[in-house]
Design a protein. Structure first.
Length: 178
């Protein structure tokens, strides 16, 4: 085996990325504080062809050097928009027929491996603040709460890790679903 050089990876240009068919997934960041987490979410969203990222509330917006440091340019490829209020955004998306799932530990949550998104229907996934999680009002109006099962002593994952786990799982289920 030999590691591939960057020139051998055949990556899309930003222009080609903008034109390619996207995964019908929307990412919503609900008051995320860490600029590095925000950048990491952009990079993961680029990797899995996410349709759009919404930055809500106190979530910082590009351009910012600390977001750029982890996004590595993904803020230029992935479509994004700022929304002041997460609840208003979620309600508007639901009115447009988008299914909304909060990624949160909650009563009657569904484990990630048991959740199967509808093919060809848009799904928005909400990731919450590093301390408080997804706002309870947003959880209340979500169609689903999806939980990443964890078996160790800690009760949560870093938001950028959670995003990577969830987006890979949903991307795989949508792309490889028969």
């Amino acid at each position: 085996m030999r590691k591939l050089k960057n020139s051998e990876l055949d990556r899309l240009t930003n222009e080609a990325f903008k034109k390619i068919k996207k995964t019908p997934l929307i990412v919503i960041l609900d008051n995320v504080r860490s600029l590095n987490n925000i950048g990491s979410v952009f990079r993961t969203s680029d990797a899995f062809l996410i349709e759009k990222v919404y930055l809500c509330g106190i979530t910082a917006r590009p351009p910012h050097k600390d977001i750029h440091k982890t996004a590595l340019g993904a803020t230029d490829s992935v479509d994004w928009e700022y929304a002041e209020d997460t609840l208003t955004l979620v309600n508007n998306l639901r009115k447009q027929g988008v299914t909304v799932a909060s990624i949160e530990q909650a009563v009657n949550s569904m484990e990630l491996q048991d959740f199967h998104p509808e093919k060809n229907k848009k799904l928005a996934v909400v990731f919450g603040n590093e301390i408080k999680g997804v706002d309870q009002e947003v959880v209340n109006v979500s169609d689903y709460c999806i939980e990443i099962p964890q078996y160790g002593t800690k009760h949560s994952l870093n938001i950028s890790v959670s995003c990577g786990v969830v987006l890979w799982d949903l991307f795989a289920k949508l792309k490889f679903k028969k």
